[in-house]
Unconditional design. Structure first.
Length: 115
């Protein structure tokens, strides 16, 4: 951690001790990935706050962010459309629920259609 990283120390009370050194004990632990056969993914459609457009959401993934990015890239290429990975969800533009569920099942995930 850089000494000038002041954003991680917000809310810390000022110390007049010249020998004081702040140590952040709340460092995030690496999330372990569970096997694909034990993942319970839910594939649903969402229209809220998207200007009436439909997107397919894949939620329920437990694991590292880079593995989620890789899965999102595979799903997007399988559907042939755009999308993104945000806040632990895979967002695919359009209604591709059936195609995404069958693809995730072929990869070994436990996936079901949400709505």
């Amino acid at each position: 951690m850089a000494e000038s990283d002041w954003k991680s120390r917000l809310g810390v009370v000022f110390s007049t001790n010249p020998e004081f050194s702040y140590h952040n004990d709340n460092q995030q632990e690496e999330i372990e990935s569970i096997p694909a056969s034990k993942q319970n993914l839910i594939v649903a459609i969402d229209r809220r706050n998207r200007g009436g457009k439909q997107v397919t959401l894949v939620t329920g993934f437990v694991g590292r962010e880079d593995e989620l990015e890789e899965l999102g890239r595979k799903v997007k290429s399988k559907c042939g459309t755009g999308g993104s990975v945000k806040d632990g969800e895979i967002i695919i533009q359009g209604d591709f629920r059936e195609r995404v569920v069958t693809y995730l099942l072929s990869l070994g995930y436990k996936a079901k259609r949400g709505n």
